[in-house]
Design a protein around this ligand. Structure first.
Ligand SMILES: Cc1cc2nc3c(=O)[nH]c(=O)nc-3n(C[C@H](O)[C@H](O)[C@H](O)COP(=O)(O)O)c2cc1C
Length: 355
């Protein structure tokens, strides 16, 4: 793995000195700012990269308990954790208490610090079977699912939820109490209902109200796209932690910038991050096609807001192998300065996901 240049490493170290280690329930994290789970994105290379760049902890993408129990190779590959990762949780999804409990031991054998349950996924294929955000609708059934899992677990359990199923069924407070009864450590909440999917704005009034009265630590999540929003929220929030998802895709330095507002990162810094990611991706994946797809999509997101980005993305998407992709990216990023990055935050970005 290539070291960062002294210039970039010094900036990282300056921000990391400001990280305040915290325990959320009994789970230790390097800071209260966590990377949220994202399907097809939060594999170990991206998670480790984000820890390198100041995330206090991370969560895997959602992983099917049935896939685990059927020994599905693709699913087992998703469970992989790298030994350099420090504060990592594996997120499981499913609806059946027996199947979820059965998957626990296998998931734990990969070495996560905690297991999380996806209770926010709005996707039809998941909720129609009773998983994801459908778990919010039946608090009694949820209690059974949590207790079945807890019986099998050696590591702590957490959940990630939405506010409720829809505007008429907002019940996160009830879910938090059920979770507390069943020994859950913390609750991360995306401040939207299932019905909202990704429309409108995350309801931080609701999140704050919940956090103020919750018997469990609350991790707030939703629409923290920019470092100044994260900083402001950190200062005023009743939440014990915050989770960032999409913000880290367009700005991989969001955790560092949130801890130290004096820092700025230019195209050369982005290029170094891409080189680090490239090394991790080569280690993690053997198939050339997978390597290219994994690297290219992140490079394309990282380029958001830089000049002539549409032209660069066109060129990048035509690359046939990872080396060519790196060549065109180096040519592009090395000419850029931070001041050139102007993301249009009014435009919607990634409005579908699994939580
Ligand atoms: C592409 C994508 C994939 C996601 N996958 C998951 C997932 O696997 N599990 C989960 O709990 N949430 C998932 N989410 C939801 C995020 O963790 C987060 O709750 C949501 O994006 C709101 O946070 P943000 O505004 O910081 O992006 C996903 C979101 C996106 C955009």
């Amino acid at each position: 793995m290539k070291e960062f240049s002294p210039k970039l490493q010094a900036k990282i170290d300056t921000a990391k000195e400001k990280m305040k280690p915290i325990k959320l329930g009994q789970i230790p994290f390097a800071s209260p700012l966590l990377l949220a789970p994202m399907a097809s994105i939060c594999n170990w290379p991206f998670r480790l990269l984000m820890e390198d760049l100041g995330a206090g902890g991370t969560v895997s993408e959602l992983i099917s308990c049935h896939g685990i129990n059927y020994n599905n190779q693709k699913t087992l590959d998703m469970l992989k954790i790298d030994s350099r990762e420090r504060n990592i949780g594996i997120q499981l999804f499913g609806e059946d208490p027996t199947a979820m409990a059965q998957s626990v031991k296998i998931a734990e054998s990969f070495g996560p610090k905690f297991l999380d349950i996806n209770m926010g996924c709005p996707v039809k294929k998941v909720v129609s079977k009773g998983g994801g955000s459908a778990l919010l609708k039946e608090p009694k059934a949820l209690a059974k699912l949590l207790s079945s899992m807890k019986k099998e677990m050696s590591v702590p359990l957490t959940i990630k939820i939405r506010m409720g199923w829809d505007a008429d069924q907002i019940n996160a407070d009830e879910i938090v109490h059920v979770a507390r009864e069943e020994g859950v450590e913390f609750v991360a909440i995306h401040g939207r209902t299932r019905a909202q999917q990704y429309t409108g704005e995350a309801n931080w009034n609701y999140i704050e109200e919940l956090a103020q009265h919750s018997p469990l630590p609350i991790i707030g999540n939703g629409d923290l796209h920019r470092s100044h929003q994260v900083r402001e929220r950190m200062q005023e929030t009743h939440c014990q932690g915050l989770m960032i998802a999409r913000g880290a895709l367009r700005n991989p330095f969001i955790f560092l910038e949130s801890m130290d507002e004096s820092l700025s990162f230019d195209g050369r810094d982005y290029w170094e991050v891409i080189e680090r990611l490239y090394d991790y991706i080569l280690e993690a994946f053997t198939l050339e096609r997978t390597r290219l797809v994994q690297l290219r999509k992140l490079i394309v997101w990282f380029s958001a807001g830089f000049p002539q980005v549409a032209k660069f993305r066109g060129i990048c998407f035509q690359t046939q192998d990872i080396e060519e992709c790196m060549r065109v990216s180096e040519d592009y990023f090395k000419t850029l300065t931070h001041q050139n990055k102007r993301i249009n935050y009014a435009e919607s970005f990634m409005t579908s996901g699994h939580g």
